[in-house]
Design a protein around this ligand. Structure first.
Ligand code: FEO
Length: 161
C-alpha cells in the first residue's frame, strides 16, 4: 500500500521538478536572446532533464498504485544581469531541490516506505552531480567576468554538453 503522505509529497515534487524545467527553459531563452548559444543549449538540456525527473516521479506514483494530481507551476523570472547571475541562481536552486529531496527521503524513512527510499536514493546521487556541475560553472564564470573573449570561450564550452 502506497503511503499517502509520501504520495502527496511526491505530487508536490513533480511540480518542483516541472518548475525547475520552466526556470531553466526561461534561462535558456534569456541566453539565446543575449547571444550565448552554448549556455542556451546547456540550459535547454537541463530543462529537458528536469522534465525527465518529473516523469520519473510521475511513473513511480503510478507504479505504486497512487494518483498523480498536477499542480499549478509558478511563472519563472525572465531577466538576469549576467550569465554569472544565471548560474549562481542555478546553483542556489539546485541546493533548494536537494533540500526537497532530502525531505522526501525523511518522509519515506518515517513512514517505513522502503521502496520509496530506494527510488529516492537515485535522486540523492543525482543532486550531488547537479550541485557539482552548477558550482563548476559558477567558478569558471567568476574567473572570466561578465564579457569578453573568455566569456565567449566559456559559452563554447557550455555548448559542448
Ligand atoms: Fe531535478 Fe536539478 O534537480
Amino acid at each position: 500500500m502506497f503511503n499517502r503522505n509520501l504520495e502527496a509529497a511526491i505530487n508536490d515534487q513533480i511540480k518542483h521538478e516541472l518548475y525547475s524545467a520552466y526556470l531553466y527553459l526561461s534561462m535558456s531563452a534569456w541566453a539565446e536572446s543575449n547571444n550565448m548559444p552554448g549556455a542556451a543549449k546547456w540550459l535547454g538540456k537541463q530543462a529537458a532533464e528536469e522534465q525527465e525527473h518529473a516523469m520519473k516521479f510521475y511513473g513511480y506514483v503510478h507504479d505504486r498504485g497512487g494518483k498523480v494530481v498536477l499542480q499549478a507551476i509558478p511563472q519563472p523570472p525572465a531577466e538576469w544581469t549576467s550569465l554569472l547571475d544565471v548560474f549562481e541562481q542555478v546553483k542556489e536552486h539546485e541546493a533548494k531541490v536537494t533540500g526537497l529531496i532530502n525531505r522526501l527521503y525523511e518522509i519515506a524513512v518515517k513512514e517505513n516506505d522502503y521502496a520509496g527510499q530506494v527510488m529516492l536514493q537515485w535522486f540523492i546521487s543525482e543532486q550531488v552531480e547537479e550541485e557539482k556541475n552548477a558550482a563548476t560553472i559558477v567558478d569558471a564564470l567568476r574567473h572570466v567576468g561578465t564579457q569578453g573573449a573568455a566569456l565567449f570561450m566559456v559559452d563554447r564550452w557550455l555548448g559542448e554538453r
